[in-house]
Design a protein around this ligand. Sequence first.
Ligand SMILES: Nc1ncnc2c1ncn2[C@@H]1O[C@H](COP(=O)(O)OP(=O)(O)OP(=O)(O)O)[C@@H](O)[C@H]1O
Length: 371
Amino acid sequence: MTTATNRTTADASQSTNRVLSEEIALRVEDLHVYYETEAGDVKAVNGVSFDLRAGERLALVGESGSGKSTMATALMRMTRPPGKIVSGSITLSGRDILQLSESEIRRARLAEIALVPQGAMNSLNPVIRIEKQIIDGILDHIVEESVGNSSGSRRSEVMEANAEGALLRKPTRRELRDKVADLLTNVGLSPSVASMYPHELSGGMKQRAVLAIATCLSPKVILADEPTSALDVVVQRQIMQTLGKLQSGIDAAVILVGHDMGLVAQFADTIGVMYAGRLVELGPVEQIFEDPQHPYTRLLIESLPSFSEKKDFVGIPGMPPRLLNLATGCAFYPRCPSAMDICQDTDPLDIAIRPNWRTACHLHNETGSDG
Ligand SMILES: Nc1ncnc2c1ncn2[C@@H]1O[C@H](COP(=O)(O)OP(=O)(O)OP(=O)(O)O)[C@@H](O)[C@H]1O
């Protein structure tokens, strides 16, 4: 094992080692998302399938341009032209979100699945106080019928949503204020932040405010797209701890998108490695760090800097392919130190190696089974 792997295995061992339920929170099947360009379709997500279990923390990693953000956006059904979801399904709470109407998907967002977007700090509206930005997210989920039918009713808890993500009754002003105070406290902010504008907050505080908005309706799945980029390392750690605490508190599953293998290793239960729009390896974080099965995963882990041992920086040779007119065969073939003749023109199958661990690599064709 390399020194880099030794260090990162130690990092991975700090991950929570939690026992996960087998209940599926989100199922993605054969998802294809392309960008239409004059030169042809850029296949940014090219046949991705995975299950996310209830409460699971999945980290999606891979070099820039591998399709992570495109996938996160598609999971929210927020893909905008020139992007388009070409085929596949995304099942959340028994419903394929690609088949929902516009009003249904609007309600599902925040209530069922919430996004902490890339550059989230800048997603706050600079001219609106934090309290109003949180409350707007909540009020967006009140449908007129439910307000009319049950206003004043004691049957439902405040902020309780029905299966479609509509609030069961309209919360009072007081209840909303209390809810905002709770949300801010949960993310480590003082309730007094409610009356502040984003420019009065530091980067880390803004990021916490965004986490408060994302969890205001206790979604089952939280998607965090590089939630700590542009923050210093100390604040990064704190934000990840806050995300973990929030997630456990509402028993949500998390998909964390990131470049930083070291950071995600400490947070995730499962790691999904993307390369050229495909998920090339998916499995338990500790085992993958100890014994990566795809050559690309191994190189990603080995390219991590080591604090404990002096060594030369090892990058991954070559460049990721352009996702336009990708030839058949393994997309990693030109850069792969273990390449074989078959890799050049035959797409590798997704092979199950062990329970909840799979890889798409010809090296495993004989040892695994088509998963
Ligand atoms: N609007 C667009 N038009 C054309 N191609 C696009 C567009 N947006 C993204 N792409 C391409 O889609 C591919 C996947 O991009 P994406 O941003 O999803 O990757 P990523 O892994 O999230 O990268 P990063 O880590 O840098 O955010 C890349 O090849 C990118 O150039």
